[in-house]
Design a protein around this ligand. Sequence first.
Ligand SMILES: NC(=O)c1ccc[n+]([C@@H]2O[C@H](COP(=O)([O-])OP(=O)(O)OC[C@H]3O[C@@H](n4cnc5c(N)ncnc54)[C@H](OP(=O)(O)O)[C@@H]3O)[C@@H](O)[C@H]2O)c1
Length: 406
Amino acid sequence: MSSNDRHARLNDAPPSLQRRHLLTAALSLGVAPWLLFACVPRAGAVVPVAGDSAPRQQSAGQRRKLGPFEVFPVGLGCQWHPGTARGSVVDMYHSAFDRPAAVRLIRRAVDRGITLIDTAEVYGPFLSEDIVGEALQGIRDKVVLETKFGMDLDPKTGQRLGGLNSRPEHIRQVVEAQLRRLKTDRIDILIQHRVDPQVPIEDVAGAVKDLIAEGKVLHFGLSEPGTQTIRRAHAVLPLAVIQNEYSMLWRGPEAQVLPICEELGIGFVCWSPLGMGFLTGSVTADTRFETSPEMDFRAVVPRFAPEALAANMALVNVVKTWAQRKNATPAQLALAWLLAQRPWIVPIPGTTQVAHMEENIGATAISFTPDELQQLNAAVSAVSIRGERLPPAVLRMSGVDTPPKH
Ligand SMILES: NC(=O)c1ccc[n+]([C@@H]2O[C@H](COP(=O)([O-])OP(=O)(O)OC[C@H]3O[C@@H](n4cnc5c(N)ncnc54)[C@H](OP(=O)(O)O)[C@@H]3O)[C@@H](O)[C@H]2O)c1
C-alpha cells in the first residue's frame, strides 16, 4: 500500500488514529448501493416545491452573502483520496469513483450554478486540490475557491508528520504548492484547517496578510477555532469565513460562534451539513460502518456506534417527516434547514454523485414560514443526540485558542 493510500482516510485525524484504523485497509470498495430520487432544478431557476403553497418568507433565494462574496447558497465539498483499487478516488465514507468522474462532477456543479468550491491540502493529500485545479480550467473565474492549510505534511510525499503546522514560513510554502496544484494565480479564501496551539494566531494572520498583499490569496478563514482566536485573528486581518461542522446533527456553533460571526460580519460555511450522510436517510439503526478493507470514517465516530445510532434515528425520523411535508428529499430538507438559520450560511455537502449534487441544489427551492421553522426547530431540539461528533483525538483539535502573542 502506498503512503498516499495509508493516509487516504481520516485526513482530519491525527496520525495515531490514522495508523490504528488504516492497518486494516486493503483492496476493494463499498460503493453506495442507493440513489435517492433526484429533484433536479437548475441553480438560478426557481423550482416550485409541490404541496408548498405557504408564503416563502424564509426562502434561500439564488444568491447569498458570504463574508465579502456573493455565492450560490449551496456549495460543493471536494474531499477525496486515492482508493486502494487502481485509479479509484474515494471519499471519507463508502463511496468511490475515479478522477475523470470527479472532474466531471465539479464541472457539472459549476454549470449548474454552484459557485463555492471547498477543498484542502490534506485531502488526498494533494489529490483533491489537483482534481479541483484540473476541473476549473477555463471556468476558474466563475467560482469562489477555498482551500485549507495547517496539517503538518511532508511537502513532497504528503505524508503526515504528526500534528499541525501553521508556522508562517510553512504557510508560504504550502500556498505556493497549492497555487500550482489548483492551476490558479489566487486562492479566494485561504482557511487554517485547525488552530495550531504553538503559533499565535496573530502570526498566522500576519503571514496570510503578506500573501494577500502579493495577490496570491484574497481572503482568510478559520476552521473550528476557539472563540478568542476568532476575535484576535479578525483584529489583525478581517475574516471572510468560519468553517465549522454544523447540521441538524451537530448544532454546537449556535451557542457562541454564530453570534460572533453575526457581530463581526463573518460568513459561515458548514462542513458535514448532511451529518456525514446520516441526515439523507441512507443510514438505518442496523447500519454497521466498514472498518475494512476500506475505512468508513463513521466507524470511529461515537454518535454512529450501534447504541447511539439507534437512539439518534429519532432525528432521521424528524427529517423524513418534514421532507415528506415539504415534498423534498431528506438531504434537501436538511440543507434547507441550515439555509433558513441565517442568511449568510453556506453548506458545502460532499458527494461523489452528480445526481446527489443536483438534488442538493434543490434545497434552495424549499422555504419555511416562520411558524414552520419554529415547529421544525422545536422538533430538532427535542431529539437529544447521543455520542460525540468526532473521535476524541480529532475532537481535541476543535475550539482551540492559541497562546497570546508577546
Ligand atoms: N473544515 C473541516 O475540518 C472539514 C471537515 C470535514 C469536511 N469538510 C468539508 O465539508 C465537506 C462536506 O462534508 P462531508 O462530506 O464530511 O459530509 P456531508 O456533506 O454531511 O455528507 C457527505 C455524505 O453524504 C452523501 N450525500 C451527499 N448528498 C447526498 C444526497 N443528496 N443523497 C444521499 N446522500 C448524499 C455522500 O455520499 P455520495 O457520495 O454517495 O453522495 C456522503 O456519504 C467535505 O467535502 C469537505 O470539503 C471540512
